[in-house]
Design a protein. Structure first.
Length: 119
């Protein structure tokens, strides 16, 4: 069984999800539940911090795709921050940088939400 966890934090109206471990077909439901919880609480501005994410599979990537359209329609977004190079390569290989705002740091992602809010 894969080792994976999601923890929640907030920065203003932005919800930060810290991913830890391996996100794959066995653990994708945990991320799905976390994003669903945010959505139900009307927290539609989400940053996924991947600093401690060591592996992601296509099932894990699919979770992002399952929610992004609805969140954007509701005025929110998912920004992805602080990915390790190995994990970023998987996102890049599948074209995610064209679909998602991927930043080097969590702080940069928070700032981009702040910039969007004032536009």
């Amino acid at each position: 069984m894969s080792d994976f966890s999601v923890s929640f934090r907030a920065s203003g109206d932005v919800r930060i999800l810290d991913l830890n471990g391996e996100l794959d077909a066995h653990t994708a439901s945990e991320l799905e539940s976390a994003i669903e919880k945010c959505r139900k609480e009307d927290a539609v501005r989400i940053i996924v911090n991947g600093k401690q994410l060591v592996y992601i599979s296509s099932a894990g990537l699919g979770v992002f795709m399952a929610f992004i359209e609805e969140l954007r329609e509701r005025g929110g977004d998912i920004k992805i921050a602080a990915l390790r190079p190995k994990v970023y390569n998987v996102f890049d290989l599948l074209g995610f940088p064209m679909l998602f705002d991927i930043t080097d740091t969590e702080e940069e992602a928070v700032t981009r939400f702040s910039t969007t809010a004032s536009d």
